[in-house]
Design a protein around this ligand. Structure first.
Ligand code: OKP
Ligand code: ZN
Length: 345
């Protein structure tokens, strides 16, 4: 399978995040992509650099003022105080409910809160370059699909499925899956489906397409009653307005093993078949792995070969995009198993 990758991913390397009130080393690291690339290269897959500019697609997916903010966020942080170069910014106040989100505050940390839904999304000096390269990869993959390639994998980070039109969160800044959808649509696919198999609900992707009938979003994830992102991902979220009936959430309890997970996959596949999509975007999170340090499902490495075969059986041209997966040393084998499962399925 063609694999799109940019070395710019390594420019996003924040040091720490908050976990249970403590500062801990980041789970979402450049090493993740390096393990994936190493294993894919060892198995003979061809790497390509992104060649498409996602800028016009980003303008469809995200709000202009949000894009302006994240593109220069690090410079704004340094402008507030040159000593900030040595420290990471985190939001500490958010405009929930009665508070105003129409006025951009002058204070940088207040602006960061305006555009975030958690304090778990560290910003670094190279965040924009890494995230933009991921979005460019998604646009490049969609162009290859439009030209007749069956499957393309974007081995990119940071992930994207928690990022909404005007917010970051869950390590995500730009919604790469949504960029791929808009790119496929620009290339003439009238109906596109997203299948999100990351352990965490892709609340950003859901929100971006929630009121649209031309994009079906299906997600299998940890039940938000107990799992991040908590405030999105319930089964009764089925879409709104013209998009009613075009969003399917399949939440599963913490501890779910392969048999129950693949039963949910069958339900997702049935809905995808009924929809009649022309192309598929897979948000390929591998944090469903039993050894994942921050997630709660129990898939084993061999199950990812089966996942790949099941994805191939959907019979749709597909852009696969790396999302989560934090058992770093095993991430390469798990990702490559999906890719080989698709190729051999
Ligand atoms: C991103 B993806 C909050 C830390 C919680 C949430 C996990 C984000 C997962 N202080 N981090 O869906 O793999
Ligand atoms: Zn995840």
């Amino acid at each position: 399978m063609i694999v799109i990758h940019s070395p710019q991913q390594a420019l996003h390397a924040p040091e720490h995040e908050f976990f249970r009130g403590e500062r801990v080393p980041c789970f979402e690291t450049p090493a993740r992509a390096e393990f994936v690339l190493r294993e894919l290269t060892a198995r003979g897959h061809a790497l390509q650099l992104p060649t498409a500019d996602s800028r016009p697609l980003l303008a469809k997916v995200h709000e202009a003022r949000y894009l302006s903010f994240i593109e220069s966020a690090w410079d704004q942080w340094l402008a507030a105080d040159p000593a900030n170069a040595a420290v990471q910014p985190f939001p500490s106040v958010w405009p929930i409910r009665t508070l105003r989100s129409d006025e951009e505050p002058v204070n940088f940390i207040a602006r960061l809160g305006l555009y975030s839904f958690d304090n778990g999304t560290p910003i670094s000096a190279g965040m924009w370059q890494a995230a933009k390269a991921g979005a460019d990869a998604a646009a490049t993959a969609a162009r290859l699909i439009a030209a007749g390639t069956r499957h393309v994998f974007c081995a990119t980070r940071p992930p994207g499925h928690h990022a909404g039109a005007d917010f970051m969160g869950g390590y995500c800044f730009l919604n790469n899956a949504a960029v791929a959808v808009e790119a496929l649509r620009a290339h003439g696919c009238a109906r596109v489906a997203v299948l999100d198999v990351d352990f965490h609900h892709g609340n950003g992707t859901q929100a971006i397409f929630y009121d649209r009938a031309d994009v079906l979003v299906v997600s299998i994830h940890g039940d938000p009653r107990t799992e991040y992102p908590f405030y999105s991902g319930h089964a009764d979220e089925t879409g709104a307005g013209p998009g009613l009936g075009f969003n399917l959430n399949l939440p599963l309890p913490r501890g779910t093993e392969a048999d129950a997970w693949f039963a949910a996959f069958d339900a997702a596949a049935a809905t995808l078949a009924r929809y009649g999509a022309e192309a598929l975007v897979v948000s390929l999170g591998l944090d469903t792995f039993a050894g994942d340090p921050i997630s709660g499902f129990r898939l084993q490495s061999d199950d990812y070969l089966r996942l790949g075969a099941e994805l191939a059986r959907l019979g749709l041209p597909a852009v696969l995009i790396l999302e989560g997966g934090y058992a770093t040393a095993e991430l390469g084998v798990n990702a490559a198993n999906v890719i080989d499962g698709v190729d051999n399925g």
